[in-house]
Design a protein around this ligand. Structure first.
Ligand code: CTP
Length: 393
């Protein structure tokens, strides 16, 4: 969505991780971006232009002085048409060139000539990365508005272990989305909850539900992209937490309540996407329950309704709840909106629980009802944020 029809110049320089630029290209094309690959001479030692051009569905540009009459396009034209430039991987040498303002090849010339934002994903040996000259170059470029993503700590191709690995390809694409995203959540402090909770029966068994956390994580990412400060409180989930958000992992409904209520006073917007247990075993057995009787009864008690508590102390905050319904979706969701004093409620069915896709109904406190088609959770998240902003205006 955010990258759709955007002109993205993907600069590839000569590092062993150059092969990952193929995956970055694939991810960008999957989101309908138009990728214009530009390779430096040393990048061509690591991967072939043919692989990159095949995935990008576009020829590779690599020579400042090339005059290909068929598809002639100058560095200035490329620089002008770009909505974004990504350099992945960016070597220490290329970062040095950028920092010094040199323009001795096609890629560095484009970067000097463009007005588009630039994402730089460094990749190098950890000793090189720690070198004060490289640190100073990166600091200078950051100060000038270049957007850095990574590098990360890990095993390096040269046999070292340290900081210098190219950032995860998904993180590089997310940095691209963030650069091109509107910033209408600047100044907002958003508290998001996600995932299921686990209520212990004994040390190895628990009561839980099928929530994956995907919807809440997608909302947290979207808020961050759009400029908010984000706190994500998550029940058990296998998902990777979004970068640059305050992330708190919890297990039970009680822990979720403690953390959410701690962050509540400082929040301007709260989005409760977590599937929090309504009941928990009154007593968790200290030792594993043995199967020595025919029946087992687990007595349960109510947990705190966190969102209802928040609704009672709402003041100027904007509260968004989810309503998971198997029947009478709209009516039940509207009732929850009123009972919990919400501004928006997102009604969905269990079908969306452990899926990439969700079909929701957005209902606001003025009874406006919007039925959305099945959409990827990232898209649902953007729609929810659009509604929040429209109502806050
Ligand atoms: N919620 C909460 N605390 C709970 C249970 C739910 O804050 N103990 C929040 C959820 O995060 C969600 C909203 O309340 O945003 C509605 O949750 P849902 O499970 O759909 O409804 P309940 O209020 O629990 O009502 P019921 O289970 O009876 O449908």
């Amino acid at each position: 969505m955010i990258l759709k029809d955007k002109n993205i110049i993907l600069g590839v320089t000569g590092a062993i991780s150059a092969y990952k630029s193929l995956e970055i290209t694939r991810l960008l094309v999957k989101e309908d971006a138009r990728v214009f690959p530009v390779m430096t001479g040393s990048a061509r030692e690591f991967i072939t232009p043919l692989s990159l051009s095949t995935l990008a569905r576009c020829r590779v540009f690599n020579d400042l002085f090339e005059h290909d009459m068929e598809s002639r396009i100058s560095h200035i034209e490329l620089a002008e048409k770009a909505d974004l430039v990504i350099i992945a991987p960016a070597t220490a040498n290329f970062i040095g060139k950028l920092s010094a303002g040199l323009a001795d090849d096609l890629l560095s010339t484009i970067i000097l000539a463009t007005r588009a934002p630039v994402v730089v994903a460094p990749s190098m040996n950890s000793r090189m990365y720690e070198n004060p000259v490289v640190s100073e170059n990166i600091k200078r470029l950051k100060g000038l508005g270049f957007n850095f993503v990574g590098p990360e700590y890990g095993e390096l191709a040269c046999g070292y272990e340290g900081k210098g690995r190219l950032a995860d390809v998904e993180d590089i694409v997310e940095a691209a989305r963030e650069c091109l995203s509107k910033k209408d959540f600047l100044g907002e402090k958003v508290l998001v909850t996600a995932g299921p909770t686990r209520e212990a029966i004994d040390p190895v068994r628990f009561v839980s539900n099928a929530s994956s956390g995907r919807m809440g994580y997608a909302i947290a990412r979207a808020c961050k992209r759009r400029g908010a400060e984000v706190v994500l409180v998550s029940g058990p989930s296998y998902l990777t937490p979004p970068k640059d958000v305050t992330f708190v992992k919890v297990q039970s409904a009680e822990e979720m309540a403690d953390v959410a209520i701690r962050y509540y006073p400082q929040s301007t917007v709260v989005i409760m996407a977590a599937a929090i247990a309504d009941y928990r075993p009154i007593k968790a057995h200290p030792a594993k329950v043995k199967k020595d009787s025919k029946f087992l009864t687990v007595e349960m008690e109510r947990t705190m309704d966190i969102l209802k508590e928040m609704g009672e102390k709402k003041k100027g905050r904007f509260l968004v709840g989810f309503a998971l319904e198997t029947e009478e979706m709209e009516e039940n969701a509207k009732r929850k909106l009123r009972e919990k004093n919400l501004d928006l409620v997102i009604a969905n069915s269990p079908g969306g629980l452990d899926s990439e896709v969700n079909q929701v109904i957005i209902i606001d406190r003025y009874d406006n009802v919007e039925f959305l088609p099945p959409l990827k959770k990232d898209e649902v998240a953007e729609k929810i944020l659009d509604r929040i902003i429209a109502m806050k205006k």
